[in-house]
Design a protein around this ligand. Sequence first.
Ligand code: UDP
Length: 235
Amino acid sequence: MPYTKRFDGRKFDETRKIEAEVGVIPNADGSAMFCFGDTKAIAAVYGPRTLYPQHLQDPTRGRLKCIYDMLSFSVTERKRPGPSRRSIEISMVTEKALNPALKLEKFPNSAVNLYIMVIQANAGTRTAGINAASLALAHAGLPMTDLVSSVSVGKIGGKICVDLTKDEEDYKEKDEKDTTDIPFAIMPRNGKVTLLQLDGKITSKELKEALQTAKKVCNQIYEVQKKVLQEALNK
Ligand code: UDP
């Protein structure tokens, strides 16, 4: 059956309800929360501070060190605590998605520690994590060229959709998984794409349409991020 109506009644290019806030962890130098509906991520930034062990120090620039994880009971089937292949991969792609926005050359021999914790997960956790992290880095007052905005876009039963839920990611047609998931992140001001992953199959025409939709939605997320930071500054 073609996917003509979304399970939760959203439009194909509509995200779940977005909620965002900065300053959620007073002990951190910068922090933020970002939700796509019931996917909730919290990010905390500490630093810049001197990087140890010393042999990892770079005299030309600071280093962003990201750790992403999900709480055991953030998902229906308990997730084993501690790092996994998946969390190591997501930590790495998150670092790569955020690095281009940071002016780390201003902090030689230093580290910026970024912790992303998913407290509730219903797909799209890496994209919610990147949005939270981008806000937290800005909230920490780190010099940045832009924010990074992120969303997942995909193809479900031939239809291009944004911000897929777990039910949509697992959608099957004739007993065969028929979903393509494309996590995407962009620096909206200069249009530089900083994250592009693809799980599934897609034609080049469909990919073009998917990326156009992702860009459009990231611009909407960017406006929310800017508003949240502006409101925090005005407080
Ligand atoms: N998930 C889960 N248990 C796990 C890992 C993932 O239930 O150990 C679920 C969770 O809802 C997650 C979704 O699978 O959001 C999709 O995971 P994926 O690896 O595609 O990354 P994400 O979409 O969260 O960025």
